[in-house]
Write a protein that binds this ligand. Structure first.
Ligand code: PLP
Length: 427
């Protein structure tokens, strides 16, 4: 099926712009392409038949960048490691919330991050990143990338702008920095990083060659934070979380300009890290209800955070919605985030033992890592997602013994609160 871009990229009715939540049921697909099927079928095939040898030649020329596309020409389907209709529809729809020119989808969030690093970093380059950060990303940056000659420098998210500025003037960093990578809110402490400030620092450092700013937007995106609008070049997702939303699929994405994403896709064709047809189809289904789920989760999290804040056994509650005007990041929160989202980190009195007793007593909330699904999940970052980080560093990052990370789902909020109340009694 050779499609014309203008045929399936309708975003308007007359002069009325359609919103992402409306486009999630139609953008990038037309029923007449598939026997009138309202939903795109799963194209469960490894390879695609060409109508003629000439057509095959043309498709390859375009896919391998041997010629410029003709006006309105899109890549024909060749082989599912290069492209697949379901993957392409998914990538088209993933651009909508973030307002990105292009998107690329992968078999996991880590595959997206790894493919991005291998595409844009070379031996001798320095990668600057904030901590705390997701444990798998931390492992990749600390233990794997240095084996390929990539240098790393990091700053503590809680040290704010000064922390990044101090790293950027360290000997060797300013000359070799190629990417600033950040996670905001940071996992699991929910510290905010100022994306615009990172973009300004990257612009100042990159007089001779561009320094890229990449943002892991898994905790708030794609609804509640749009890093490209604040100067980022690349946006990363673990689609396993809010976008997948049902804790039944592992996937990832990277979004950005056509130019950057086409380089990534070229690399992905060779690393073979693309999302498969079934994963793509599941994610298309999930995207249709994304706004409903994230809105409900956010509302529930507000009630849960209020309950936790008033509980005598809880010493600290980290939730963006509880930030007051006195907080040093309040202005940043208002400028950068559209909502507080549904991630909470709280500290129980009594350290690790009390935290474990609480987690073991939960009846409705599941004791599991991951986040963003329809069900509420709780975990202990110090011994689970961030167990790889040495204890001394954990403390510096704010990962204390009593800290519990909670992802609030779509259950009735009073049921989640009832479960936490009885579990706290046993802590
Ligand atoms: N980024 C963040 C913020 C995460 O929490 C995770 C996983 O927990 C990842 C990236 C990695 O994603 P995946 O597990 O889909 O590979």
């Amino acid at each position: 099926m050779t499609k014309k871009k203008t045929e399936y990229h309708h975003r308007r009715i007359g002069d009325h712009d359609l919103r992402p939540e409306s486009l999630m049921m139609s953008y990038g697909y037309r029923p007449e392409w598939s026997e009138g099927a309202v939903k795109p079928p799963i194209f469960q095939t490894s390879t695609f038949a060409f109508r003629s040898a000439e057509e095959g030649k043309e498709f390859f020329e375009l896919a391998y960048g041997l010629r410029e596309p003709r006006a309105d020409e899109t890549a024909g389907a060749i082989y599912s490691r290069l492209n697949n209709p379901g993957l392409e529809i998914l990538e088209d729809r993933l651009t909508l919330w973030d307002g990105a020119e292009a998107a690329s989808a992968y078999e996991s969030g880590m595959a997206a991050i790894t493919t991005m690093c291998l595409t844009f970093l070379r031996p001798g380059d320095t990668l600057v990143f904030n901590e705390p950060i997701y444990g798998g990303t931390e492992y990749l940056f600390h233990k794997i990338l240095p084996q390929f000659g990539i240098r790393i420098a990091r700053w503590n998210a809680s040290s704010g702008r000064e922390g990044l500025e101090a790293v950027m003037v360290q000997p060797g960093v300013a000359e070799s920095v190629r990417m600033i990578y950040l996670e905001s809110p940071a996992n699991p402490t929910l510290d905010l990083v100022d994306i615009r400030h990172c973009a300004d620092m990257a612009a100042a450092a990159g007089r001779e060659r561009k320094v890229l700013v990449a943002v892991d937007n898994t905790f708030l995106g794609p609804l509640w934070q749009h890093p490209l609008k604040h100067g980022a070049d690349l946006v990363i997702y673990s689609l396993t979380k809010f976008v997948g939303g049902h804790s039944d699929v592992i996937a990832g994405a990277c979004l950005g300009s056509e130019e950057l994403i086409s380089q990534l896709k070229g690399f992905r064709t060779i690393t073979g890290s693309m999302a498969d047809p079934w994963t793509s189809w599941l994610l298309l289904r999930s995207l249709e209800t994304l706004k409903l789920r994230m809105t409900s989760q956010m509302k529930n999290a507000g009630y849960v955070a209020d309950f936790l804040e008033g509980h005598p056994k809880v010493s600290t509650v980290r939730y963006l919605g509880l930030m007051t005007a006195e907080h040093p990041d309040f202005e940043l929160f208002r400028r950068q985030c559209l909502s507080p989202g549904s991630m909470i980190a709280f500290e129980v009195e009594g350290g690790r033992e009390a935290a474990f007793r609480l987690l073991n007593a939960l009846q409705l909330v599941k004791l599991a890592v991951s986040l963003g699904g329809t069900e509420s999940l709780a975990e202990h970052p110090g011994t689970m997602t961030h167990s790889d980080v040495p204890p001394e560093e954990q403390r510096n990052m704010g990962i204390t013994d009593g800290l519990i990370r909670l992802s609030v789902g779509i259950e009735h909020p009073e049921d989640v609160i009832a479960d936490l109340r009885q579990a706290l009694e046993q802590a």
